[in-house]
Design a protein around this ligand. Sequence first.
Ligand SMILES: [Zn+2]
Length: 143
Amino acid sequence: MELIVLGSSSKGNCYLLKNETECLILECGIPFIEVKKALDFNLATVVGCLVTHEHGDHCKYVKDVINSGIDVYMSSGTKEAIGIESHRIKTVISFDTFKVGGFTVLAFDVRHDCEEPFGYVIHHKDTGSILFATDTFYGATRC
Ligand SMILES: [Zn+2]
């Protein structure tokens, strides 16, 4: 399993967590063509895409991901803020655990200046657990 960083700044965020058989996309804030290039134009291994929140540098190209037949996971607050209706958008709730291919993902709510930002704990048998959180801090107490 390797983590490929395609973008990690306010210009656009996108990461690929992949091995030979599966690829999970984290965020889609860069032109989708860059993802395709990184995968040699073979999207068959892509099992899904996780989005943390609605800011453009994290989800500007969500439509292109959906149009490529890839399911995108996010909070319902993020979905509303993005304003795209598609059966490809899968809303998850905080502390939900869900399967994306061979990845088991736990969503959790984080703090950021947007509707309903999430971080994710991503587990795969090849890697163990990976914590993915961005643009945030995690407050142990709610206020
Ligand atoms: Zn943000």
